[in-house]
Design a protein. Sequence first.
Lengths: 196, 196
Amino acid sequence: MTNGRPLQYDPDKALHAAMQLFWSKGYEATSMQDLLTAMELSKSSLYQGFGGKKELFIRCLERYRTHMYETFRQLLDTSKSGLKFIETILLNSASEARHPDHLRRGCLLMNTASEFAQKDKQVAEHVTIGFKGLRKALKVAVQRGQQDGSITSDLDAGILANYLACSLGGIKTVVKGGGDEKSVKEIVEVILKTLA
Amino acid sequence: MTNGRPLQYDPDKALHAAMQLFWSKGYEATSMQDLLTAMELSKSSLYQGFGGKKELFIRCLERYRTHMYETFRQLLDTSKSGLKFIETILLNSASEARHPDHLRRGCLLMNTASEFAQKDKQVAEHVTIGFKGLRKALKVAVQRGQQDGSITSDLDAGILANYLACSLGGIKTVVKGGGDEKSVKEIVEVILKTLA
DNA sequence: CCATTTACGGACCGAACGGTCCACAACCAA
DNA sequence: TTGGTTGTGGACCGTTCGGTCCGTAAATGG
């Protein structure tokens, strides 16, 4: 019972650092050493506090997901219209094209889906959950757009949300593949035209 | 000068096997052992014949790219219209959704862009070349579609080609993220509607 | 001040990694 | 048959991987 030596690191900060690293480098390419350095804790502390590499990674996925939802929610609340919200998100992804390499890192969820969602049931499940939440968030935005008239009601909100999730993934891919910002912005325009 | 012992393996077959493996597992997750087994040759032969892991990988990228172009060219030649060609490509990607995990592997070029194009200049260059070729092929198809009337001429062919490359990448991502075929087909419909 | 509890640093582990090297095998020309 | 040339199998290399373990540090309650 009761307390022993207190933690010498901030678990939240450490988790954040780990997430950033996984996000930039991917799972396989991130070594325990990398993590220890970035998280500023010792190996024993990492294993004690987070279990191991995979467990840590999954916690990073959860954190990323949660943060993403929260960001979307806030952004939607402060957006003039549903369409404007979506435009902001798409253009935000597009703007990564002019970032330096290490910041042109896409979306952790999609990267993970691409890297090894197929190989690990547990990870795949978390990716699926994340995608589902993304589509849900987009659907809410589309519905709001359909209500405020900024988005066509000719198409089902769920389908449009899926379409947008797909487009978002495509943009991330194009940017990672070296697409310049101008091209990506042109693509965004086409996508937005589809919604209007 | 002249000949010594003849090769005991088929270089083309071996390269093909390596490509399949990299395609399924990604670069980092594919070990030399995996490659030796799949290519059915010895370590020395691999180093002698292909240089090393990275060199081999790049040759796989080249092979993939070439094969992709060839496939597209043939398909376009036998397609009723530009739009039909694009529909075929998109639906083909969508159909991966019902494949078993190890065959739901997306596109080697895009996977590579996602995995580590940022980390290696040489690889990044090959990815860029591959993307450029893909966009070019799509542009040709769009132009044919605009000529035969199956695709709108309201939008620039180059922009539409970029949009399609993006959409293709998005579909691959969605499928990898566990999207079911029905949803993906609905997405394809929206994309096709944009073109018409 | 001591017992207990928890966290930490770092030595250590076996396995796997990509890569090198060399003795030997298999072919050709002379 | 022999010398030159190329390919092959496998031992071997140092490094790094993720992970374990233990002695010690730092806190608490009695």
